[in-house]
Write a protein that binds this ligand. Structure first.
Ligand code: AMP
Length: 424
């Protein structure tokens, strides 16, 4: 893909050459054509993905094609909101560089510096304003700028804007902005509040996820079984044995746990080797070789094996315990489903690990469905079910009682009315 093919005009292309941008990054390829069509976008992209150019290049192009309506003074038409002064300053510089050959004026405002020089620039009129919410509101109050002519709005790092407590300010700003506008929301993560902001500010947006951990992990089928810690090893050997799996990589959190699980599986009759940092180099390479060749069925390993172990057709990865660092989960499950093959990653999660699971979901940016393995359901759940069973039985009993009392009463009243009729 080239920037030219994305539909960018020569004045913009010529500004990219000195910056060393030879081809667009994935986020740029995905969103630039949509933004050029005037559509709203909601994108999750980290800093470093080229997200600034992804929104700024097409917006500058759209602005340059429209005539300034008021000849005497430029009206603000594009507002870019950022959480911090550092990001505002960085974005401001990029906007200037990208628009070097366009007849557009931009300005950057943030707190912690004098208001007056910023006010003067704003009063002279700008097309593009990069601002932090607090300082922007100060300028609006002082009537240095108005948002009534804004046609394009960008939230850059929306999650951080909201994390920093700017929700009320953002809502206030949305009320001042024209309803008819193009809005782009860029965020590192998709928290509830970011989604809410998307709902109130965007119209039918194109949704884009770039290079995040969730994308990488999505290729692998993930299964989570909630199980008590003391039932994990039994479940593990049962799963491997009953389904006749022949190449299973099992991850534990500690070396000790790896040794214990390895011993248990070995005693259960499954050919198993253990790989962790305390093993001699020769033992580690031997374990790996045997596992790759298929002469052992199970390799139990700590996280040293979660990066770099590339076996093309590894079908099963089991997390006997979730990793201490949530990011390692992605590396671990990335050991399966490689080279386009289907993979399954199963995690055995006990009550105490539920917080780690939440951390993992945050990194993946989506929730994971939890299940119980029949015959290995956790004690808490079994007790709850038993309680529910007793309550259900009690309710049924009371209902039956009520019903029989009703029937009895009905019968008595029929008898009474018959007796009355007889008397007559
Ligand atoms: P950003 O994610 O917008 O903070 O950009 C990260 C860095 O990548 C910045 O230094 C940009 O100048 C640079 N950059 C953005 N797009 C490209 C591209 N297409 N080619 C090379 N560098 C780029």
């Amino acid at each position: 893909m080239t920037f030219e093919k994305l539909g960018l005009i020569p004045q913009i292309l010529s500004a990219l050459t000195p910056l060393g941008y030879t081809k667009p990054t994935p986020v740029q390829t995905k969103v630039i054509p949509f933004i050029l069509e005037g559509k709203d976008v909601m994108a999750t992209a980290q800093t470093g993905t080229g997200k600034t150019a992804a929104y700024a290049l097409p917006l500058l192009q759209l602005l340059s094609k429209k005539e300034h309506k008021e000849k005497s003074k430029r009206a603000l038409r594009c507002l870019i909101l950022t959480p911090t002064r550092e990001l505002a300053s960085q974005v401001g510089k990029s906007v200037e560089a990208y628009g070097a050959h366009l007849d557009l004026k931009s300005c950057t405002v943030y707190g912690g510096v004098k208001l007056t020089p910023q006010a003067k620039k704003l009063q002279n009129g700008v097309d593009v304003l990069v601002a932090t919410p607090g300082r922007l509101i100060e300028h609006i109050k002082q009537e240095n700028v108005t948002l009534s002519k804004v046609e394009m709005l960008v939230f850059d790092e929306a999650d951080r804007i909201l994390d920093m407590g700017f929700w009320d300010e953002v809502q206030g700003l949305l009320e001042l902005l024209p309803k008819k506008r193009q809005t782009l929301l860029f965020s590192v993560g998709l928290s509830k509040s970011v989604k809410r902001l998307g709902e109130i500010s965007l119209k039918k947006p194109l949704k884009v996820e770039i290079n995040n951990q969730g994308d990488l992990a999505r290729k692998v089928k993930q299964v989570i079984y909630v199980v008590d810690q003391d039932k994990k090893s039994a479940l593990l050997s049962y799963m491997i044995g009953s389904q006749n799996w022949h190449q299973v990589l099992v991850f534990t959190k500690t070396k000790q746990s790896a040794d214990e699980v390895g011993q248990f599986l070995h005693e259960s009759g499954l050919k198993t080797l253990v790989l962790h940092g305390d093993k001699a180099h020769s033992e580690r390479t031997k374990a790996l070789r045997h596992f790759k060749e298929g002469s052992i069925r199970v390799l139990v390993a700590t996280d040293i094996a979660s990066r770099g172990l590339d076996i093309e057709e590894l079908p099963h990865v089991i997390n006997y315990e979730l990793p201490g660092d949530a990011e390692d989960y992605v590396h671990r499950i990335g050991r399966t489903g490689r080279a386009g093959n289907e993979g399954v990653a199963i995690s055995l999660v006990c009550q105490e690990e539920k917080n780690v699971l939440k951390e993992i979901e945050k990194i993946l940016k989506y929730g994971l469905k939890v299940e119980f393995y029949k015959g290995f359901e956790p004690k808490i759940w079994l007790e709850k079910e038993a309680k529910k069973g007793t309550i259900r039985a009690k309710i049924d009993h009371e209902k039956a009682n009520k019903r029989s009392i009703g029937i009895k009463k009905k019968r008595e009243s029929i008898k009474e009315s018959k007796a009355k009729k007889g008397k007559k």
